[in-house]
Write a protein of this length. Structure first.
Length: 147
């Protein structure tokens, strides 16, 4: 069977947003080979194209029995993930080359810094003027710096 390529002004089945049913529509606009806008031949409303949904068959179950739900995966704790990342980054860095933190200091991404309260940290990103994100053992902190 040869399938005709769709074009504007062709008739196509679509779900009408005004009628709330599947009726014949006239194609109004297309982007490449994709139908974008249609006009309902029943009510005359123009709207975005919504393909007709296929009817799903209902699964018959005994009364009172529900479908078995898939077991949920436990969400990974973001604090634990940051701690793992921090530990992995520290293993690749030379701790003797840690830059002492001060607000007027200039830092780059992946620099190791030594903060008097938070300890060793790795600069993840430099954001906005005079700010940087530093990953410490106790979490991610936004610190002031000179860029």
């Amino acid at each position: 069977m040869i399938k005709k390529k769709l074009a504007a002004s062709d008739t196509i089945e679509a779900k009408c947003t005004r009628c709330k049913a599947v009726f014949n529509h006239t194609i109004v606009a297309m982007v490449e080979d994709k139908v974008v806008r249609v006009k309902c031949n029943t009510c005359g409303g123009t709207h975005n194209y919504h393909s007709p949904k296929e009817v799903k068959e209902k699964v018959s179950r005994p009364a009172g029995q529900r479908a078995a739900a898939a077991p949920r995966k436990p969400k990974k704790d973001s604090a634990a993930a940051l701690l793992e990342e921090w530990e992995a980054l520290l293993q690749t860095k030379d701790r003797s080359k840690a830059i002492p933190y001060n607000q007027q200091g200039k830092f780059r991404v992946n620099d190791l810094t030594d903060h008097p309260i938070f300890g060793l940290g790795v600069v993840r990103t430099t954001t906005k003027p005079n700010k940087m994100e530093v990953l410490f053992g106790e979490g991610l902190k936004i610190m002031r710096c000179a860029l």
